[in-house]
Design a protein around this ligand. Structure first.
Ligand code: GLU
Length: 376
């Protein structure tokens, strides 16, 4: 039996999230356009190979801050203003970088709620799916100009991991100013050893990432936040790779075997999602379906309104629900794309009648197959 290497995983990944930090995007407040062009070439090459790429990019504050005046922004509102000034510059630079590849880039600014609250998460995911379907590269950043301390991701490593989790990505690439995790800071300690592969992140690794290694990355992140991100990704069936981003064509270099630390997940995004749906969802109500829909669900289909008979309980969009067959047996659990009140109105209808009935164009499925796990 041949064992799949991390590079095989990268080559066969369907969906990749790439995170770049501020230090890669900006140098003394100016865009590092040549590097950005080379990153765009790398991402375009992945897309040509049939892979989908989502870019999580920092740099808004770094690009906007000298537009505020000579002093470095310190107060929260100054940083937020800097982000508002810098974000369009970041998108302009990325649009320019992707133009030779005929690839549209799509700005998506998220706040913490968008990935932590299921109702909002359904929206964000549907938008990102539509963008990927249209051949665009979604460019995600935190919505810094409105997010305040209590409601921030705080660092884009964690944001990137949440996005990877929400989108079922196979690989999270964290482009850093260092080529992975070392047992100590290699710039000060010649004994420091590089760790190429981790299957588990232990307290020892946390200790290595703190101390003198904590400032390894110049952004707000650092090695600790990279390990936190890798943990989130790992539990979502996504493997993380930390590698040097500062040279040109960093993804190509990674594919050619550049030094990196891989934090592997033993799960696939699909099995991880099923485990999550099974273990973490407490149903707030139920949806009873007809025999035809029960058969369709068993073969992996989504639950459409046409198969719904009735609901019980009062639940909102994004709620966890039990799905019951005509006998009353719970055959599946899932996340409802509609409230119980709306489902009652569209029960038995075809998906193209939803808009007429509810007055808004909702999702075609009541519970999408990706949000559903069979009880067996
Ligand atoms: N969202 C911030 C920015 O665009 C960066 C956050 C980070 O460095 O992790 O400037």
């Amino acid at each position: 039996m041949t064992r799949e290497t991390p590079l095989d995983r990268l080559a066969s990944a369907k969906r990749i999230v790439v995170k770049v930090g501020s230090a890669l995007i900006a140098d003394a407040g100016s865009v590092r356009q040549t590097w950005l062009n080379s990153l765009a070439s790398d991402i375009a090459a992945r897309r040509t190979a049939g892979q989908e790429v989502i870019l999580v990019s920092s740099g808004a504050i770094a690009l906007g801050r000298n537009k505020l005046g000579p002093d470095r922004p310190r107060k929260l509102e100054e940083k937020q203003a800097a982000a508002a000034l810098g974000q369009p510059l970041l998108m302009a630079a990325l649009t320019q970088a992707f133009a030779p590849h005929n690839t549209p880039v799509a700005q998506t600014l998220l706040t913490l709620e968008d990935t932590e609250n299921r109702r909002r998460w359904l929206n964000a995911r549907a938008t990102l799916e539509a963008l990927l379907g249209a051949g665009a590269v979604p460019v995600i950043n935190e919505n810094d100009s409105v997010a305040t301390d209590e409601i921030r991701y705080g660092d884009n490593d964690r944001l990137a991991a949440r996005v990877a989790q929400m989108m079922g990505a196979d690989i999270l690439v964290l482009l850093s100013d260092i080529d992975g995790l070392y047992t100590a800071d290699p710039r000060h300690n010649p004994e420091a050893e590089h760790l190429p592969i981790l299957t588990d992140i232990t307290a020892d690794h946390d200790a290595m990432a703190s101390g003198s290694n904590a400032q390894a990355d110049l952004g707000s992140g650092g090695m600790i936040t990279k390990l936190t991100a890798a943990r989130i990704a790992q539990s979502a069936g996504c493997s993380t790779v930390i590698t040097l981003g500062s040279k040109d064509r960093p993804l190509q270099a990674l594919m050619n075997g550049a030094r990196a630390t891989w934090i592997l997940s033993t799960l696939t995004p699909d099995t991880a999602r099923q485990i999550w749906l099974k273990g973490h969802l407490t149903p707030e109500g139920s949806i009873s379906i007809d025999a035809g829909a029960a058969t369709a669900l068993a073969s992996g289909a989504s639950l459409l309104p046409v198969g719904v008979v009735t609901t019980s309980g009062d639940f909102a969009r994004g709620a966890a629900v039990a799905i019951k067959d005509p006998i009353g047996t719970t055959i599946a659990k899932g996340i409802s794309a509609y409230s119980s009140a709306d489902i009652t109105q569209i029960a038995g209808l075809h998906s193209d009648q939803i808009e007429q009935e509810l007055g808004y164009r909702g999702r075609p499925a009541v519970v999408h197959r990706n949000d559903l796990v069979l009880e067996r």
